[in-house]
Design a protein around this ligand. Structure first.
Ligand code: CMP
Length: 139
C-alpha cells in the first residue's frame, strides 16, 4: 500500500550542503517528497520529538546536536514508505550501514548520522503530526 513516513535531514547534512544529495537518494529509492520545510529546532521541539529517548545517556548530546544547525523535515510518500525509507537510510551506526545507503555514503558517526526516519506506521503518524499540519502535505 502507498503510505507515508517522516524524515529529518539532520544538521551534519545541512551543514555540508547535502539536502539535495540526500533527497535525490530518497527519490531514487521510490519515495516522493509531499511536504518539506527547513527549520531550526528549538530545545522544546528537540526534547519533545525525542522524548522516548529521554532516559538514554546520549539524550543531552542528541538534543544539542539537533538544535545546532537547521534541519529539513519531510513527509515522504511511497509504496511501503516506512520500510522503503529505512532500507535506503541504512543502519543507525554508519559503520554497520550497507553499501548504497545514505548513512554509508554520508553519515559521520552514530550521532551525526545524516537522517532520521520513522520506525513504524504508528510512529510515522505521530512524528508527521509533530511538525506538519495536514494542509501542508500535498500528495
Ligand atoms: P534517530 O533515528 O534520529 O533516533 C535516535 C537517535 O539517537 C539516532 O537516530 C542516533 O542518531 C542517536 N543515537 C543513537 N545512539 C547514539 C549514541 N550512542 N550516541 C549519540 N547518539 C546516538
Amino acid at each position: 500500500a502507498v503510505t507515508r513516513t517522516f524524515s529529518i535531514i539532520k544538521p551534519d547534512a545541512t551543514r555540508r550542503n547535502l539536502t539535495g544529495a540526500v533527497t535525490k537518494m530518497l527519490e531514487e529509492a521510490g519515495l516522493r517528497v509531499v511536504a518539506s520545510k527547513r527549520i531550526h529546532m528549538t530545545k522544546e521541539q528537540a526534547e519533545g520529538f525525542y522524548a522516548v529517548h529521554a532516559e538514554r545517556p546520549f539524550f543531552g548530546e542528541l538534543v544539542e546536536f539537533m538544535m545546532s544547525e537547521p534541519v529539513v523535515v519531510q513527509v515522504l510518500e511511497g509504496e511501503d514508505a516506512v520500510k522503503r525509507n529505512r532500507d535506503i537510510m541504512g543502519a543507525t551506526n554508519p559503520a554497520e550501514a550497507d553499501e548504497g545507503t545514505i548513512r554509508k555514503e554520508y553519515a559521520l558517526s552514530i550521532g551525526e548520522n545524516t537522517v532520521h526516519g520513522s520506525d513504524s506506521d504508528e510512529n510515522a503518524k505521530i512524528e508527521i503530526g509533530f511538525f506538519f499540519n495536514e494542509d501542508e502535505i500535498v500528495g
